[in-house]
Design a protein around this ligand. Structure first.
Ligand code: FES
Length: 108
């Protein structure tokens, strides 16, 4: 079972060359199924990818917010059912899911 790593504020996250998925589980994102999104990542991420939970990614109202490092790539409005495509297409095959990118940080 994947070990859950919890960090306090997002600015405490140090850069890493290892692939990491950071899921916001803050109050705003919990309104948009953040707990289910987190659990789906926890169950399905490859063992060499860290899963990090943070209390806010500073983008409230756009949840569930997910960031994939070391790119970094931001995803917004992530639904629990969409975790599988992020894992398959981005984490495993290295190609971000363009249709799900957070438009504020990834211009079309
Ligand atoms: S609560 Fe998720 S971005 Fe703020």
């Amino acid at each position: 079972m994947k070990q859950e790593v919890q960090l306090p504020p997002v600015n405490a996250i140090k850069p890493s060359s290892k692939a990491r998925v950071i899921v916001c589980r803050g109050r705003s994102c919990r309104k948009y199924s953040a707990e289910e999104v987190f659990e789906n990542f926890k169950r399905n991420l490859p063992p060499d990818v860290d899963l990090i939970s943070v209390p806010c990614l500073g983008q409230c109202g756009n949840g569930t917010m997910v960031m994939v490092e070391s790119d970094p790539t931001w995803y917004s409005q992530v639904h629990p059912d969409e975790v599988a495509i992020i894992i398959k297409q981005h984490i495993i095959n290295g190609c971000p899911v363009k249709a799900m990118l957070y438009p504020k940080f990834h211009k079309k």
